[in-house]
Design a protein around this ligand. Structure first.
Ligand code: SF4
Length: 215
């Protein structure tokens, strides 16, 4: 099944949340979601292209990988002119390709969350596929105004196997149509759909709920 990159984070946060969002189309927003949305709206408010002598910067770039069945949208892709970079046919020169994802808050540890890293890694696979390059991933944090470089090429194998495992688990849920139960110990306080979810340790499908309603 084709996977939208943004859903991988939902699954990593909580498989039940992923099931509710993807199978039930449940949605609700809390302060964290609104904050992230405002930041992304600023980034995506009208696609823009900035051209300078050494750099081309594109926002809201659609990405895909036909062989991995992945697609998504990158906040920003930078093409930095470089003699040692990849020749990008559409731009007629050699470039280093940078992916920049925007996040509102930097974790207290200073290091990026694994869920954010996997999101950018999936974008990187798509960018590498499209432009036949070896792109670099960054996260820019709005609160600290810092940009953190991710070790995606250095730890490629580790992130690749993790991503494959996640995608296969997500596909299992989508194919079964079963919304997973809440994992024991799952942290729910920051979840935007907790009022919809009402954590319960009971497996159900959309069909079984409809049956219950009609009894
Ligand atoms: S409330 Fe908890 S169990 Fe339910 S979707 Fe959110 S994080 Fe998952």
């Amino acid at each position: 099944m084709t996977v939208n990159i943004r859903t991988i984070q939902h699954y990593m946060y909580c498989p039940r949340r992923f099931g509710l969002l993807e199978l039930n189309q449940d949605w609700s927003e809390n302060a964290f979601v609104v904050m992230a949305n405002i930041m992304h709206e600023r980034v995506h408010s009208g696609k823009h292209e900035l051209h300078s002598k050494n750099k081309i910067e594109l926002s809201s770039v659609s990405l895909y990988h036909d062989e991995l069945d992945l697609y998504g949208v990158a906040d920003c892709i930078e093409f930095v002119r470089s003699k040692t970079g990849t020749y990008i046919e559409q731009l007629g020169d050699k470039f280093d390709v940078n992916i920049v994802e925007y996040k509102p808050r930097q974790p207290d540890s200073g290091a990026a969350n694994e869920t954010d890293i996997i999101q950018v890694f999936a974008q990187k696979l798509c960018a590498d596929y499209i432009w036949k390059c070896k792109s670099t991933g960054y996260i820019y944090y709005g609160d600290t105004r810092r940009r953190v470089k991710l070790q995606l090429n250095e730890e490629y194998d580790k992130y690749y196997s993790l991503l494959q495992k996640l995608i296969s688990e997500m596909n299992e849920i989508l194919e079964s149509g079963n919304i997973p139960v809440r994992i024991k110990g799952q942290k729910c306080s920051g979840c935007s759909i907790k009022d919809v979810c009402v954590p319960q340790n009971k497996k159900y499908t959309v069909r079984s709920l409809v049956k219950e309603e009609s009894v």
